[in-house]
Design a protein around this ligand. Structure first.
Ligand code: CNA
Length: 444
């Protein structure tokens, strides 16, 4: 017989269980991949980011917020907004880049990168992504004024925005996170053009890895294979007790949360949460592949992120010097705020879906993206329709148990034919694409 589950409006009575940390196991694997380093920040604290080019030097393995004052959990002190964008010169139109000014509306950076890719000089592309790639799918990001979650926190009744992802706050009151989780749980949103563009990078045989901060699972839904994807801030695919880490069936956690109840650990009676990484928690094991991937990258594409959360944000500084880095975002962020930009850095500001569409056009890939998207989405729609049919109806329609035909996108990726062995994209090589550029779309 199953235990009655407490509702959110009843505080779950929990035995006093000290929260253990996964740090020890994570640290062990981290040190296998990284040089021995100084110890990281104290856990369960939001930490300001140090102004260093490599956060790896700090040996950080736990999620922290950069660009703002540290504040202890549960105190309810007012949120101090990030200052990293304010006070910096605006990167849109007219930013000084060395001695040159780039005209507003120029797409120079996109064109440079497209040229390198077409020349076959980018074979190990690393994509770093954030919530901005999913806003066209209808999922709000954190920081976009007006629509971002941080502008709409009233309904969650939390004292400061990060409380929703604060493990100590969750321990006391899981309701705000569970309300948000109901909106973010995979299944309610569809991937968009940007996700499929990244999948086409894989089909072309040049995606080394995608590192995403997103927890919406849309990368997986669009068919980016597991071995090409690092969900650095975890996902809803698994769940466990937030105190003792005993695994809990993810589907049971989902149905409990969806019915406004609290999933309870069968071992210690602690609250179960989806394995989404909260501030002060360790990042998943897979994240530490970055130590091998980033030095191997010959092109870094950064999309839809404010680069405010550490240690993820500083990954962008760990590619080799001179490797081209392309920022596609509404605003300049992180190291792309610097003037002049680092050699090989390119910034294309504007709406991400438009920018990615332009890049796909430049590469001659738009039809690949559109076809893949259509095939996958048609498959998803017919799967949804069939799942609503009875068994007899399914048999009569000649469809199998799952109903949907294997979508085109599920076939093994084709490797890129006819690409000759060629040097990497490193812009230290003195080609015409090695300069840095900032452009913003005219509509922005
Ligand atoms: P963020 O801090 O909200 O930054 C998003 C960035 O994307 C901002 O710079 C926006 O200007 C930009 N942006 C948003 N929409 C567009 C657009 N259409 N075109 C161009 N630029 C756009 O979010 P980050 O990802 O940097 O922060 C990381 C957090 C957010 C992670 O820990 C996530 O778990 C968390 N988050 C994830 C989701 C999701 O999974 N979809 C949603 C909300 C928050």
């Amino acid at each position: 017989m199953s235990k009655p589950r407490p509702r959110w409006d009843q505080q779950a009575s929990q035995p006093v269980v000290t929260r253990v940390t996964r740090s020890s196991s994570t640290k062990a694997s981290e040190t296998q991949l990284l040089q021995p380093q100084a110890s990281g920040p104290s856990p369960d604290r939001v930490q300001p980011r140090k102004q260093t080019d490599s956060v790896l030097a700090q040996g950080l393995s736990q999620m922290t917020m950069s660009g703002q004052e540290a504040h202890p959990a549960r105190k309810g002190r007012p949120f101090k907004t990030s200052s990293s964008n304010s006070g910096s010169p605006p990167a849109q139109g007219g930013v000084s880049l060395g001695s040159k000014q780039r005209p507003r509306g120029s797409r120079e950076g996109l064109a440079s990168v497209a040229r390198l890719v077409k020349l076959g000089r980018c074979k190990n592309v690393v994509v770093v992504a954030g919530a901005g790639i999913s806003t066209p799918s209808g999922i709000p990001d954190f920081r976009t004024p007006g629509t971002g979650l941080y502008s709409n926190l009233k309904k969650y009744s939390i004292p400061y925005p990060e409380a929703i992802f604060n493990i100590d706050y969750f321990s006391e009151d899981p309701r705000p996170f569970f309300s948000l989780a109901k909106e973010l749980y995979p299944g309610f949103h569809r991937p968009n053009y940007i996700h499929y563009f990244i999948r086409v990078l894989h089909h072309k045989g040049i995606l080394l890895r995608m590192y995403t901060q997103n927890i919406d699972g849309l990368e997986t839904v669009c068919g980016i294979p597991d071995d090409k994807l690092v969900e650095a801030h975890g996902s809803f695919a698994t769940a466990s007790c937030h105190l003792c880490y005993t695994p809990f069936p993810a589907e049971d956690a989902k149905s409990t949360i969806m019915s406004d109840q609290v999933p309870i650990c069968t071992f210690c009676a602690g609250t179960v949460k989806p394995d989404v990484v909260f501030f002060g928690e360790d990042l998943p094991q897979k994240y530490f592949q970055h130590a091998a991937d980033f030095p191997k990258a010959d092109l870094l594409i950064v999309m839809g992120t404010s680069l405010q959360i550490e240690p993820f944000a500083s990954l962008v500084n760990t590619v080799r010097p001179g490797v081209p880095r392309l920022l596609l975002n509404r605003d300049a962020v992180g190291p792309f705020l610097k003037t002049p930009l680092r050699r090989g850095d390119h910034v294309q500001l504007g709406d991400l879906a438009d920018t990615v569409r332009t890049l796909a056009d430049m590469l001659g890939w738009h039809s690949d993206v559109a076809r893949l998207m259509r095939a996958q989405e048609d498959g998803a729609v017919s799967a949804m329709m069939v799942s609503s049919l009875s068994g007899d109806q399914r048999r009569a329609s000649g469809l199998g148990r799952r109903g949907a035909p294997e979508p085109w996108g599920r076939r093994p990726p084709k490797s890129r034919p006819g690409v000759p062995a060629s040097p990497s994209c490193s812009s230290e090589e003195g080609d015409s694409d090695s300069k840095s550029t900032v452009s913003s779309s005219p509509s922005n």
